[in-house]
Design a protein around this ligand. Structure first.
Ligand SMILES: Nc1ncnc2c1ncn2[C@@H]1O[C@H](COP(=O)(O)OP(=O)(O)O)[C@@H](O)[C@H]1O
Ligand SMILES: [Mg+2]
Length: 154
């Protein structure tokens, strides 16, 4: 158990024209999850909330270790202290309280995502952007996911 689990980061800005949002809009992680879910792709049993108390309840429902993730439209959240692991619902609430107050790159979070903690064997990067020249979505995929993947140009 656990050795084939992975964490995939999804950037879905390119799907904006298909899901009815303005084309220039970027998505919060919890919104991306909902879009992926709606497309029939399995996602983790995550929850989105705006208070520490709700984060505690979601962590209770998930059971086991969770990750509390700041919902901001910027990357580098972990390095900024906006992604934290919790082993108990109390710890989840305490991290959520801190993260909800934390400004990252000039952004205050819209809330936090509470996600089951995956036993990560390998991280991948998958993103969809709009190719303005070809007028179609362009999918980017890399087996070099993880911290600072956004800085990897080639
Ligand atoms: N559900 C999860 N389970 C285990 N580890 C996670 C989970 N979500 C994120 N992580 C870890 O936290 C790191 C940062 O999360 P990520 O979503 O990439 O945010 P950011 O890139 O903004 O720091 C990931 O690279 C991964 O190692
Ligand atoms: Mg990342």
């Amino acid at each position: 158990m656990g050795d084939i689990l992975y964490h995939t980061e999804v950037v879905l800005a390119g799907l904006a024209p298909y899901v009815g949002f303005h084309a220039a809009m970027r998505f919060y992680e919890f919104e991306s999850r909902r879009i992926v879910e709606r497309a029939g792709i399995p996602v983790t049993k995550y929850g989105f909330c705006t208070t520490a108390d709700q984060a505690r309840k979601i962590a209770e429902e998930i059971g086991g270790s969770v990750v509390i993730k700041s919902q901001v439209l910027t990357g580098g959240r972990m390095k900024a202290g906006g992604v934290k692991f919790a082993d108990t619902p109390e710890e989840a609430a305490s991290h959520a309280a801190d993260i909800l107050e934390l400004e990252i790159n000039g952004h205050m979070p819209k809330g936090v995502l509470v996600d089951p903690k995956a036993d990560v064997a390998q991280e991948y990067y998958a993103g969809v952007v709009w190719d303005g020249t070809r007028k179609c979505p362009l999918m980017l995929f890399s087996d070099m996911g993880g911290i600072d993947i956004e800085e990897v140009a080639d």
